[in-house]
Design a protein around this ligand. Structure first.
Ligand SMILES: [Zn+2]
Length: 505
C-alpha cells in the first residue's frame, strides 16, 4: 500500500475562538472553514503546556512538557519525535519555522528533518518601539528629567506619556509599510519554500511541518489581509502606535481597553493571511497530484490573551484563552465533517497522526493513538492535563525551576492547581468561560475529586516514565552550548529582556 504523506501546520498564538469553524463571527479562516466540512474537528483541543517551549515537546515528541524535569527545555538529543519516526520509515522530511527562537536546532527541533529552515537569520533586529535611553545630546537632559519625574506618581505618568509620544514621533519616521516592521517572515515566505520543496520531491512520501508566526505579537499583518477584512484604513504607522502602546508596562487596564479592538483586528488579519497562504499550499498539492494521499493537520501551540484576565500576550499560564486551541485533521477519504466535543490533549496528536499513516507508535510517547475512537466518533472520557512553570525567562535554568502550574481540564470543569502556594480552584468552564467565579469548596467535592485523581494518575505515570538518560543528554547539550560560546559573547540571559520574553514564543 502506498504510504501517505503528512502536512502539519502549527500557527503560533492561535486561539480556538478565533477560527470560523469553531464559531468565530469574523471571516478570518474561510479556507480552513471549507476544509473543516470534510475533516475531523476537535472543539475541545488543549495544549499540554503553554507557551511555545512548554507546548512543543508534546506536539513533536508526545511527551509531557515537564516529563524530563523542569530544567529541560526542548527535545532531548536522540528523543523520538514524529519526524524521526517518519524519517526512519523512509519519509522525506522538512520543517519550515518562522523564526521562533524556541524551535531551533539548539533545542533539538531539527531532529528527524532532512531539511530544517528556522529563518532565524531573517528576524529583524530593528526595535522601533523601545528606543535607547535618549538621543544624542538630549540623553543627559532626558535622564535628569526622568529621575526628577519619579518623585511623584503624577509626574512619573506624565513623563512616561511624553516619552512614549516622543519615541513614537521618532520611530515612525520613514515607516511606510508593515513589511518594515514585521519581526518574523510571513506565511507566504514559508509556503513559497514549502511548495518548491514539495515540487522537487519525486514520488516519495513526505512529512512537512510548517510553523507560522503571523498572529504573534508584535502584530504587523500584510496590508492585503487587513483589506480583505475591511480594515484597510489601519496604516503601518497606526499599527506601530498600537503595538507600542500595547507593549507598555506602565498603564492601567482601562487605557489598554481603548485599543483592544484594533489590536485584535491586527491579530485577526494575521490569522487571515495564514488561511490564505494555506489555500495556496493545498492548491499546489492538488496540482502536483499529492493532495489525494496527504493527511493534513492544523493546530496551535497556545492562544493569546487580550485582557480577559488583565494581561496581554502569552506568558506561561493556564487561562482558557491560552490553553484551548483549534485542531483539525483532514484525511483524503473523508467526505463529511465530524466534530468531537470531548477534551483532546495535543499529547495524543503525534501518535494519532502516526496511526493515520499506519506507522507504529514508539513506546517512548506519553500519548496514545486515538484514531479508532475518533473514527467511532467518541473520545475517551478523560481530562486533558496542562502543565507549565511560571518562568519569565526560560533561557535561565534557575528561572525554569519555579513551582509548577497545572490544569486538569475535563469537559465542563477545570481544576487549576498552583504548587507555589498549595492552592487550587475549580471552575465550571461551560458556564464561566472567563473563569471569574471559582466554585466554593463545599460545592465542588465530587468533580474536584475526579480531577484530582486524574492529576495523581498523571504524576505516577510521569515518575514511571521519566527517562533520566534523555534528561541528562538534554542538560549536557545546554552546558556544551554555554561552554562553546565565544569569549566576550553576551549570554542569552543578558541579551533577553524578561518582559519581552514573557510575550514571546
Ligand atoms: Zn508560541
Amino acid at each position: 500500500m502506498k504510504k501517505r504523506s503528512l502536512v502539519l501546520v502549527t500557527v503560533d498564538c492561535l486561539r480556538a475562538d478565533h477560527v470560523g469553524f469553531l464559531g468565530y463571527s469574523r471571516p478570518v479562516t474561510p479556507f480552513l472553514d471549507s476544509m473543516a466540512k470534510t475533516s475531523v474537528v476537535f472543539s475541545q483541543a488543549f495544549v499540554a503546556g503553554a507557551p511555545t517551549y512548554f507546548s512543543f515537546p508534546a506536539i513533536m515528541a508526545s511527551r509531557s512538557p515537564l516529563g524530563l524535569g523542569r530544567e529541560v527545555l526542548g527535545i532531548a538529543p536522540g528523543e523520538s519525535t514524529i519526524a524521526s519516526v517518519l524519517q526512519k520509515s523512509g519519509y522525506e522530511t522538512a520543517a519550515l519555522i518562522a523564526g521562533n527562537p524556541y524551535l531551533t536546532a539548539r533545542f533539538g527541533y531539527d531532529q528527524g528533518f532532512a531539511r530544517f529552515g528556522d529563518f532565524m537569520h531573517t528576524m529583524s533586529s530593528q526595535n522601533l518601539t523601545v528606543p535607547a535611553n535618549g538621543f544624542g545630546p538630549w540623553s543627559r537632559v532626558n535622564r535628569w528629567i526622568e529621575r526628577f519625574s519619579r518623585k511623584t506618581k503624577i509626574t512619573e505618568a506624565a513623563y512616561n506619556d511624553l516619552y512614549f509620544r516622543y519615541c513614537q514621533w521618532h520611530g515612525r519616521r520613514g515607516v511606510v509599510s508593515m513589511d518594515q516592521l514585521r519581526r518574523y517572515p510571513s506565511a507566504d515566505v514559508l509556503v513559497d519554500q514549502a511548495i518548491n520543496w514539495i515540487e522537487a520531491l519525486r514520488d516519495q512520501p513526505f512529512f512537512l511541518w510548517i510553523h507560522v508566526m503571523d498572529p504573534h505579537n508584535p502584530y504587523y499583518p500584510p496590508e492585503e489581509a487587513l483589506s480583505s477584512l475591511g480594515f484597510s484604513h489601519i496604516s503601518a504607522q497606526r499599527a506601530l502606535f498600537l503595538n507600542s502602546f500595547w507593549n507598555r508596562w506602565d498603564l492601567g487596564l482601562r487605557r489598554f481597553e481603548r485599543h483592544k479592538e484594533e489590536i485584535v483586528t491586527l491579530y485577526d488579519a494575521g490569522v487571515r493571511w495564514v488561511d490564505q497562504q494555506l489555500s495556496r499550499l493545498v492548491d499546489a498539492l492538488q496540482r502536483g497530484q499529492r493532495w489525494g494521499d496527504t493527511v493534513f493537520a492544523m493546530t496551535s501551540d497556545h492562544g493569546e490573551e487580550f485582557l480577559e484576565h488583565g494581561v496581554r500576550y502569552h506568558a506561561p499560564g493556564l487561562a482558557e484563552q491560552l490553553i484551548h486551541v483549534p485542531l483539525l485533521i483532514r484525511l483524503p477519504e473523508f467526505s463529511i465533517a465530524k466534530q468531537l466535543d470531548d477534551p483532546f490533549s495535543l499529547i495524543h496528536l503525534a501518535p494519532t497522526l502516526l496511526e493515520c499513516l499506519a506507522i507504529a507508535v514508539p513506546d517512548s510517547f506519553h500519548g496514545r493513538g486515538l484514531w479508532s475512537q475518533i473514527s467511532a466518533g467518541k473520545l475517551p472520557d478523560e481530562p486533558a492535563i496542562v502543565e507549565c512553570v511560571a518562568c519569565n525567562n526560560p533561557w535561565s535554568v534557575a528561572d525554569r525551576i519555579q513551582p509548577r502550574l497545572m490544569a486538569v481540564r475535563g469537559k465542563n470543569y477545570k481544576l487549576a492547581i498552583r504548587f507555589r502556594d498549595h492552592s487550587h480552584d475549580l471552575y465550571c468552564v461551560k458556564d464561566d468561560p472567563l473563569e471569574r467565579f471559582p466554585i466554593p469548596a463545599d460545592r465542588q467535592k465530587e468533580e474536584c475529586q475526579r480531577l484530582w485523581r486524574a492529576a495523581g494518575v498523571h504524576f505516577r505515570q510521569l515518575r514511571q516514565r521519566r527517562d533520566t538518560d534523555l534528561a541528562l543528554r538534554a542538560r549536557f547539550r545546554e552546558i556544551r552550548q554555554q561552554l562553546n560560546r565565544a569569549p566576550g559573547e553576551t549570554s542569552d540571559t543578558e541579551v533577553q529582556n524578561p518582559l519581552e520574553i514573557a510575550g514571546h514564543g
